[in-house]
Design a protein around this ligand. Structure first.
Ligand SMILES: C[S@@+](CC[C@H](N)C(=O)[O-])C[C@H]1O[C@@H](n2cnc3c(N)ncnc32)[C@H](O)[C@@H]1O
Length: 402
């Protein structure tokens, strides 16, 4: 896009006036945009919507004059809560089913809430561009965006509803004790839920309901990240694949789809396997489930072992022996695929991995790491030819060979 000159004071004043009058930046952008201006991608930075690259620069410089970004960060928890509450109340499901825009009074009546509270919630959802609103004869009618229908409605094939519920009901309370976690350097299962901080999966699986919620969270990640992760490397030469700690089998199903000539086995703790088969199995499943404890029992021989979000749960004194055990069980010419949210070596991001690492602090005994850490562990366990693939999304992969 051609770089344009800085905005004139007149345009700035107009933007500020429109914003003060309650207009969102996206609407202002549309109002002011030069129709000849080529469209640019939507960005988290609303000012880029103007199609004026200098404006974003200008604003980052002007953070000293007015801390837009900081204020946005301070309010991050409010935005999370707005989406969490709307999911929990069933707002997105109702709007999807209704097929027509609904007023706050109608939504409140259907969902059994106060009209005033629901109206404010719906307005905030419009503000974060998850819902749309139209005014007809003074009454606001709300409808879902395509994004809300796809990711926030419970029954959409790409639903992230389970991810939202776990974040809201388990991660959020744990993060309430983040300060203590940082001070003490340990998870907050005891303070938050009255559970021992030693056995992390006893805490995570403290009830059948919690186990289902956690498994739902794990499952929903692969709805959006599975395809990139299983295609990061060509894994077709590995004819037998074991997903170690494979939980619901969601990633194994993605692998089975990408590599139909390979056999897929999901190994996990007995109660997890039983729950996976009861609640997450699919009629056309080609994957096999195997009950076992990867710390205590021998692993089946295979060409490839997938460890997705496993190493980051544990201290090195547990993860290194696990990788050694995998190396010993692995068929010659086989390998191991690690799937983790990997930090940059220069410690400058990605922010998602940095935040996940704090989540690991409040809930587990592990942390997120850069590729060099995993490379060192894999090499110490006997693996060679370590290759890293960054997907550019939440999860990256490392493939190493025996
Ligand atoms: C963070 S989850 C990752 C699940 C899955 N790999 C994914 O990425 O969706 C860790 C998994 O390891 C399993 N797990 C924990 N300890 C285990 C053990 N000792 N033996 C087998 N599986 C275990 C858990 O039940 C859980 O499914």
């Amino acid at each position: 896009m051609a770089k344009t000159n800085e905005l004139s004071k007149d345009v700035w004043d107009k933007i500020v006036d429109l914003h003060k009058s309650g207009m969102g930046f996206k609407t202002i952008a549309k109002k002011l945009a030069n129709p000849e201006q080529p469209a640019i991608e939507h960005s988290a930075q609303p000012f880029v919507l103007f199609g004026l690259s200098t404006m974003a620069e200008h604003l980052s410089q002007s953070e000293l004059d007015y801390p837009f970004k900081l204020l946005e960060y301070f309010n991050g928890f409010r935005v999370s809560k707005v989406i969490f509450s709307a999911c929990e109340q069933g707002v997105f499901d109702l709007l999807l089913q209704s097929q027509k825009p609904l007023s706050a009074a109608e939504v409140a009546r259907e969902l059994g809430t106060s009209e005033d509270g629901m109206e404010r919630l719906l307005d905030a959802l419009v503000g974060v561009e998850v819902l749309e609103v139209e005014l007809t004869q003074g009454t606001a009618y709300y409808s879902s965006t395509d994004v809300a229908n796809l990711y926030l409605a419970k029954n959409s094939p790409k639903s992230l509803y389970d991810m939202v519920i776990y974040q809201s009901q388990t991660i959020y309370p744990l993060w309430n004790n983040l300060g203590d976690a940082v001070r003490e350097g340990k998870n907050q299962n005891e303070k938050t839920f009255g559970l021992s901080s030693e056995d992390i999966f006893s805490a995570i699986y403290r009830s059948e309901e919690e186990m289902l919620k956690f498994m739902g969270l794990m499952n929903s990640s692969w709805v959006i990240d599975g395809h990139d992760v299983v295609n990061a490397f060509d894994l077709s030469r590995f004819k037998s694949i074991v997903d170690v700690g494979g939980c619901t089998g969601a990633l194994a199903r993605e692998l089975a789809m990408a590599y139909p000539a390979s056999t897929l086995t999901v190994l996990d703790l007995p109660k997890v396997i039983q729950t996976a088969q009861k609640h997450f199995s699919q009629s056309d499943d080609t994957i096999k489930f195997l009950e076992g404890d990867f710390f205590k029992e021998d692993l089946p021989a295979a060409d490839l072992y997938v460890l997705a979000r496993i190493i980051h749960d544990w201290k090195e004194e547990k993860s290194l022996p696990l990788l050694r055990k995998i190396h010993a069980a692995c068929n010659s010419g086989g390998g191991v695929l690690l799937v983790e949210a990997m930090l940059l070596e220069n410690r400058r991001g990605p922010i998602m991995a940095q935040l996940f690492s704090l989540s690991m602090l409040v809930q587990t005994e592990g942390k997120e790491q850069p590729p060099s850490h995993y490379t060192r562990l894999l090499t110490a366990a006997g693996f060679t030819e370590v290759r890293v693939c960054r997907t550019g999304k939440s999860y990256d992969t490392i493939l190493a060979l025996k």
